[in-house]
Design a binder for this molecule. Structure first.
Ligand code: HEC
Ligand code: HEC
Length: 206
């Protein structure tokens, strides 16, 4: 594990982990950094990681928040006076940040069940154990390494029809899904590294 972490750190070192020293960007991020940091690494289970995320997905989410189209616990989540260009700048800043995500808490039995449900219902879009983004141009977000608490809260909203997919077709994957199984998938995704672990072949030779 240490070897892998060191390797990952070496790979990540190529990209600056902390926010740019760009004062204009830091100023722009002021309404966000209290919760998401300057690098998109969330501070609690309710707050999602927004680094590593597809910028187009972050952009879409922010515009929907700004227009009041998605339930959020945060009043005035995205400032009303931000232009589309500013929203895109911030989406790119966070989404392209490669600060490491620390391992999320996940329960083993739920992870095992969650993997089953994932393979049955979710893997066609959330490919590579939730690491893939933008599958087939559908603006699919990355789920791997995300907080289970956050994912479960979002799944419950999809189940209750309180959060709508952009395309109603996507909603079908939730049809008849129990809350317990939805929660299990969250634990499965939370247990995944954002970057695929090195091939087992390499490990065996050690
Ligand atoms: C008070 C804490 C707080 C502040 C400030 C805040 N957020 Fe959030 N953010 C959250 C929480 C909690 C969620 C989870 C869902 C919800 O309740 O909205 C979230 C969700 C999001 C999401 C959706 C991620 C996803 O995967 O669906 C985006 C995008 C986002 N925030 C961007 C921002 C940006 C950009 C700012 C600054 C303009 C900001 N947030 C300010 C706490 C905060
Ligand atoms: C047909 C493609 C498709 C399938 C199948 C699918 N999803 Fe998704 N999922 C998406 C897309 C696209 C989004 C982006 C949100 C949107 O469209 O509103 C998304 C968003 C999500 C989110 C919100 C993530 C965030 O950061 O806010 C969660 C959680 C999620 N999916 C879980 C699941 C689970 C669990 C399953 C299986 C039961 C599943 N999805 C099956 C396409 C799919």
């Amino acid at each position: 594990m240490w070897k892998f972490s060191a390797m990952l750190a070496a790979v990540l070192a190529v990209v600056p982990a902390t926010a740019s020293a760009d004062p204009a960007m830091e100023e722009l991020l002021k309404p966000c950094s209290g919760c998401h940091g300057n690098d998109g690494v969330g501070s609690s289970g309710k707050t999602p990681y927004i680094n590593w995320q597809l910028p187009q997905y972050l952009y879409d989410s922010m515009i929907v928040f700004q227009q009041g189209g998605r339930i959020t616990a945060v009043p005035k989540h995205i400032p009303k006076d931000w232009s589309k260009e500013q929203v895109m700048k911030v989406a790119e800043h966070y989404g392209n940040n490669r600060a490491p995500r620390s391992r999320q808490p996940a329960e083993a039995t739920k992870v095992a069940r969650g993997e089953q449900v994932h393979l049955d219902r979710c893997s066609s879009c959330h490919e590579d154990n939730g690491r893939a983004t933008d599958t087939k141009g559908g603006d699919t977000p990355i789920l791997a390494g995300q907080s289970a608490e956050f994912l479960t809260a979002q799944s419950k909203m999809y189940l209750a029809g309180k959060r709508k997919f952009k395309s109603p077709k996507f909603q079908e994957s939730y049809d008849g899904l129990s809350e317990a199984d939805a929660e299990a998938t969250s634990h499965f995704y939370a247990s995944q590294d954002v970057v695929a672990p090195p091939a087992t072949k390499k490990r065996k030779s050690r």
